[in-house]
Design a protein around this ligand. Structure first.
Ligand code: KMH
Ligand code: ZN
Length: 309
């Protein structure tokens, strides 16, 4: 049996983990760019990108805060660029889709349901914070709802439809697969769809192999062979679930957005270090990783020449 190649996505910087927790998390536009390029060189075919406001380092979704990152990444790599439409859980969908609507990337994320998306327990681990907004932002997640209603999903799908962007459908629980099926039934998305199973976020499904198998079985039932899937384990679940997914015929997502660690108790020094680690696990287990062009073919992407950056 020929196994399909495994696509590595690297989520370079996020809105949840903050600079206080690791000095290796890239936050300036130059740091994000440099780490994204290094992750691609290490074997990531897809770069999932967030950005920050350069003045106060808050999570940002402003197109102007992506411009230099995108153009330098494009000049230096052939990687597929995937722009977040999740932004930060405090932001509305109309703001969150602005960057994808401006830059027409090959891919962007799309979160498939409203949920608690809580990371307030992190606040107790730290006495001081690097930026003055961080404590309130982290603690505030206990009371916040990450809003992704069916109306929001429709707004994102319809606004971005002219761009022929492929969505990374972020599914944090089994119900989100049924939401995606409904959206396909009403014509918002066409097969083949790309699912990102997200396990281990507080508010979503727990990070276990049983749950991963359940998600995959449900996706098989709903989408048949009309989908590709990848897994993102939050925190300590990142590498174990990625290794398991690669053996189950899935793709993998790593990156400092989802885990700051390279091993138990040891902070990762860079995104590239995580990409290198999962790449060697995949190759040691007898699989091959996909190049950006192989990822384009597997996911039926429009091509890197059709973006607007
Ligand atoms: N970091 C993931 C758990 C998005 O950007 O759309 C959530 C995420 C959402 O990646
Ligand atoms: Zn993200």
């Amino acid at each position: 049996m020929t196994r399909q190649k495994t696509i590595i996505t690297c989520a370079v910087t996020g809105a949840i983990h903050t600079p206080t927790m690791s000095d290796h998390l890239p936050v300036t536009h130059s740091e994000i760019t440099e780490q994204a390029i290094a992750a691609a060189e290490a074997g990531a075919a897809i770069l999932h990108l967030h950005t920050r406001d350069p003045v106060d380092m808050r999570p940002s979704v402003e197109p102007e805060h992506y411009q230099s990152i995108l153009s330098r990444v494009k000049q230096s790599t052939d990687a597929v660029v995937n722009i977040t439409t999740g932004g930060a859980p405090t932001m509305r969908i109309s703001e969150r889709i602005k960057a994808a609507n401006t830059f027409s990337p090959e891919m962007c994320s799309l979160n498939m349901g409203s949920m608690n998306f809580a990371f307030h327990p992190l606040a107790k681990r730290f006495e001081t914070f690097k930026y003055d907004w961080e404590k309130e932002y982290i603690e505030g997640s206990e009371a916040n709802i990450f809003r992704n209603t069916l109306f929001d999903i429709k707004e994102a799908a319809e606004t971005l439809a002219p761009h022929n962007v492929k969505f990374e459908h972020e599914c944090y629980d089994v119900g989100h697969l049924y939401t995606l099926k409904h959206c396909m039934d009403i014509g918002l998305f066409k097969a083949p769809v790309f699912l990102q199973f997200v396990l281990g976020v507080l508010g979503g499904i727990g990070a276990s192999i049983d749950n991963l198998v359940f998600l995959k079985q449900t996706a098989d039932k709903l989408f048949g062979d009309g989908y590709q899937w990848s897994v993102l384990g939050a925190g300590a679940a990142q590498m174990p679930l990625a290794a398991a997914a690669s053996q189950m015929g899935g793709h993998v997502r790593v990156g400092l957005e989802d885990s700051l660690y390279i091993a138990r108790g040891e902070l990762a020094e860079s995104n590239a270090q995580q990409v290198t680690k999962i790449r060697s696990i995949i190759e040691d287990l007898g699989c091959e990783v996909a190049t950006p062009d192989q990822a384009r073919e597997l996911l039926a992407l429009k091509g890197g020449d059709l973006v607007a950056f």
